[in-house]
Write a protein that binds this ligand. Structure first.
Ligand SMILES: C[S@@+](CC[C@H](N)C(=O)[O-])C[C@H]1O[C@@H](n2cnc3c(N)ncnc32)[C@H](O)[C@@H]1O
Length: 159
């Protein structure tokens, strides 16, 4: 399985970089995982709704330029579908079974995800109704993908 994480904005925090590297290393046994960072747009406080939409669209275009047509796209959205780790693992297993070997997870920036990217999305995934910073989300996502592979292989993992 080839997994691409397309994320708006840079990963800056050292402690998260270390954690993410650790999970990328662990995941290398199960899948090829690439992280693509796309530049975020500066969005001053006083932007009108139309300007805000424009900014989001620009980020969206950058995201979509990294997504190939045959890729199954999972957008991370606060108002998306909430799954248990077991359900998430089954979803990944199901995708592999039905020949969907390329998966892209999309993490938005501070403005969230544009309508165009939502339109391209095959599944909107929520990690709770709470808002997490995009850098933290990247770490949590990798941990859950790793957990999913362990569950699917029947390998022991922390409960
Ligand atoms: C700081 S949040 C953006 C918040 C933005 N105001 C919004 O409503 O989407 C940055 C990105 O992290 C991801 N994210 C944050 N919290 C999330 C959650 N609970 N579930 C799924 N994705 C989340 C989303 O992809 C979001 O676009």
């Amino acid at each position: 399985m080839k997994i691409t994480i397309v994320s708006v904005g840079k990963l800056k925090e050292k402690y998260l970089k270390q954690g993410i590297q650790e999970y990328l290393k662990r995941l290398s046994t199960y899948a090829k995982v690439d992280i693509v960072e796309v530049a975020d747009e500066k969005a001053p406080e006083n932007l009108s709704e139309a300007q805000m939409l424009h900014v989001k669209q620009k980020e969206g275009e950058r995201i979509l330029s990294h997504i190939h047509p045959d890729t199954f796209v999972v957008t991370l959205e606060i108002n998306g579908n909430m799954l248990t780790s077991e359900q998430f693992a089954s979803k990944l297993d199901e995708l592999a079974t039905y020949g969907k070997s390329k998966i892209a997870f999309v993490i938005g920036g501070s403005l969230g995800i544009s309508a165009e990217v939502q339109h391209r999305s095959n599944f909107a995934l929520s990690f709770s109704k709470m808002t997490f910073p995009h850098q933290v989300m990247r770490f949590i996502l990798l941990e859950q993908v790793y957990r999913a592979f362990r569950i699917n292989r029947g390998e022991p993992y922390h409960k």
